[in-house]
Design a protein around this ligand. Structure first.
Ligand code: PRX
Length: 641
């Protein structure tokens, strides 16, 4: 008798949550074995988990063999072959949208995989993608996974220098791109940006270009090929490469408090189980849902909750090329009505930017199809939470405020829609498998409720990052060494009187701008490349729409700044440098040219003071007597932007 396939476990009640949570923490192997059972495995695991939080070596489902795309695509073909897998909504509402069924997506992924093969891509090779939010991006990501190549998507807003840094770090052999991209009213010649980046990337031997806007582009002889030409007569099937559970699936670069962005590595089986389990349970997904995550595939949210989570669960996922305010501030709501979206997942910064527009923009749409709302990327303030709940969810849709990170692979702390408590400005309870703790500065655990501390995770979970690419020591130092025995998140949090977690924000030198992470050191390094600049210090400050804005204090060479006109010129030149080094997304909101920075006698910049000034809290600067030159502070306050 054939075995009846086990069903993916779903939590349906608060009691069910407590039961699952208890089992997951006290008997993780038993718990995760049952969660993993329903997937398609070529070979089952020998051991569910092994974990060494001191060294940061964590493995899940060791010994298992699988291919994630068989789980995202092939296994749905029999029962969901004609179900929509992907809906593509283009930037311009007048352009036709596109729908792909599971069968069609499977075929497109196989074709792209064959093109990659024909162009010499082998299992384990790194492939970088710098592409618009079009179906071919989703297809290309899955095609890499199909043949066991490690994908590394670079958000198509980063500069040529930032691309080169990532391509070189990953030693990618192939880059996938397009002729150009649309984003709102703007168009970006992405192929030209890639060409510039590759001038300093010797590892790349092939660039595959997808035709999107029909723009003429330079094609480098011997290196560049058009996708449509390569795909003209490739087979529509492609066997899936058998991967080890712990083989890397992707690298995603993310900023930290020091140095250049690091390549966070996720593995195959653990990530798959985590993305699927968290997706189904947090959003309480049903078979007929139309699910829309507005994140770009260039960020982790796009990986886990636009592509992998929804496809693993056999859902219909909507992919949007545009921005919330193009052609007007009603676009999100128009798209929801047009495609009958039932689950909507976006970022607080988008909500805040739409709140600023007249309410008619949202009230003129029915939004009847909506059932669940989600938020991700930064703390959602109460005002935005209520606006979202009232005007978008019409007070009938639970809001799930999902806290997680690139490094965690998937959602860690969040309400489960309609099941666990959803309270404004609280991420809520940890998901099964997640054991959060609050730590004191000395690393001791803070017991009890109504407490605040550094947020750390005490037990391994399937989606935990495996390493930072090419440099495990960096991963150990960043995440596992600060508080031995714990994964350190870099966030501060409060556990309220009911045990719900509220995320306060980063406690390290990371700024969260519109849900995107930047290290202050990373932006300072960029600013310091400018020939006028001697030194700089960057801090975050509260920003109405972006959550945090970037405030840069800059010391210029003597004589560079005389008149006001010089300042304007230098500020523009600094912005140009940042755009070239990182990209437009890292443009400071304010630049203040100063003659000195507040430093201790040992030369350390006192960022606390700079932060207070940027926040406009100059009456509570604290002790400035240890400064080398306290007069600097008065000058900075006087010149505040
Ligand atoms: O500070 C937290 C914030 O975003 C950081 C992670 O950023 P990234 O790796 O880019 O991933 C963003 C998408 C998961 C966290 O350290 N953050 C993320 N979600 C929330 C949040 N802060 C508060 N509430 C959230 N729901």
């Amino acid at each position: 008798m054939p075995e009846t396939p086990a069903k993916h476990p779903r939590i349906r009640s608060i009691e069910g949550y407590h039961e699952a949570y208890h089992l997951s923490i006290h008997h993780p192997e038993e718990f995760w074995a049952s969660v993993a059972a329903p997937f398609t495995w070529r070979r089952k695991w020998d051991k569910v988990m092994s974990s060494d939080m001191a060294s940061g070596h964590n493995t899940w489902f060791e010994g298992a063999r699988l291919n994630i795309t068989e789980n995202c695509l092939d296994r749905h073909l029999a029962s969901r072959g004609n179900k929509l897998a992907l809906i593509y909504e283009p930037n311009d509402p007048k352009t036709r949208h596109l729908r792909l069924t599971y069968r069609e997506l499977h075929q497109e992924v196989c074709k792209f995989a064959n093109v990659l093969h024909n162009n010499g891509v082998e299992k384990g090779d790194r492939v970088c993608l710098y592409m618009p939010m079009i179906p071919q991006l989703a297809i290309a990501v899955l095609a890499c996974a199909r043949i066991g190549a490690v994908h590394s998507v670079i958000f198509a807003g980063f500069s040529a220098t930032a691309i080169a840094d990532r391509v070189n770090d990953a030693q990618a052999t192939v880059v996938l791109t397009a002729d150009g991209l649309n984003r709102g009213a703007k168009q970006i010649p992405v192929k030209r940006v890639v060409d510039e980046a590759l001038e300093t990337c010797s590892s790349v031997r092939r660039v595959i270009v997808v035709e999107h806007l029909g723009w003429p582009v330079h094609m480098e002889e011997g290196r560049d090929v058009w996708y449509h030409e390569e795909a003209a007569d490739v087979p529509k099937t492609c066997p899936a490469e058998e991967m080890d559970a712990e083989d890397p699936l992707f690298i995603l670069y993310t900023s930290g408090s020091t140095g250049k962005p690091k390549g966070v590595v996720h593995s195959t089986a653990g990530y798959m189980v985590w993305a699927d389990y968290t997706f189904r349970n947090v959003f309480q997904v049903e078979e007929n849902d139309v699910y829309w995550c507005t994140a770009d595939v260039g960020w982790v949210t796009g990986h886990s909750y636009l592509l992998y989570g929804p496809l693993l669960a056999g859902s219909t996922s909507l992919m949007f090329e545009g921005i919330p305010t193009y052609p007007d501030a009603g676009r999100f709501w128009e798209v929801i009505d047009k495609h009958s979206v039932s689950i909507f997942y976006t970022a607080p910064t988008a909500i805040r930017s739409l709140m600023a527009a007249p309410l008619d923009n949202v009230l003129s749409y029915s939004l009847d199809s909506l059932r669940v709302l989600g938020s991700v990327g930064e703390p959602i303030n109460e005002e935005a939470w209520y606006w979202y709940y009232q005007h978008v969810g019409k007070e009938r849709c639970p809001v799930v405020d999902t806290w997680w990170q690139t490094e965690t692979g998937g959602i860690m702390i969040s309400a489960m829609a309609g099941i666990t408590p959803s309270v404004p400005a609280r991420a809520g309870l940890p998901l099964p498998g997640v054991l959060p703790v609050l730590l004191n500065q000395d690393g001791s655990e803070i017991e009890g409720n109504d407490q605040e501390g550094y947020l750390a995770i005490k037990q391994s979970w399937p989606g935990i990052l495996r390493t930072t690419y090419g440099d495990h020591e960096r991963a150990r130092q960043t995440y596992f060494a600060p508080y031995p025995g714990y994964y350190f998140t870099g966030d501060g949090a409060r556990r309220d009187e009911n045990g719900l977690y509220r995320i306060i924000g980063r406690v390290d030198d990371v700024i969260n701008v519109s849900g995107h992470r930047f290290g202050t050191a990373e932006i300072e390094n960029a600013i310091n490349q400018n020939p006028h600049v001697v030194e700089s210090a960057v801090v975050g400050y509260p920003h109405d729409v972006k959550g945090q804005g970037i405030y840069a204090y800059v010391i210029c060479h003597e004589g560079a700044v005389g008149k006001e006109a010089d300042k304007v010129h230098i500020e523009a030149s600094i912005i140009e440098t940042i755009v070239a080094e990182i990209g437009k997304i890292a443009k400071p909101d304010k630049i203040q040219i100063v003659t000195g920075l507040p430093k201790t006698r040992s030369g350390k910049i006192m960022r606390r003071i700079l932060r207070k000034v940027a926040e406009g809290e100059t009456s509570s600067l604290g002790d400035t007597s240890t400064l080398l030159d306290p007069a600097v502070v008065d000058e900075i306050i006087a010149g505040k932007k």
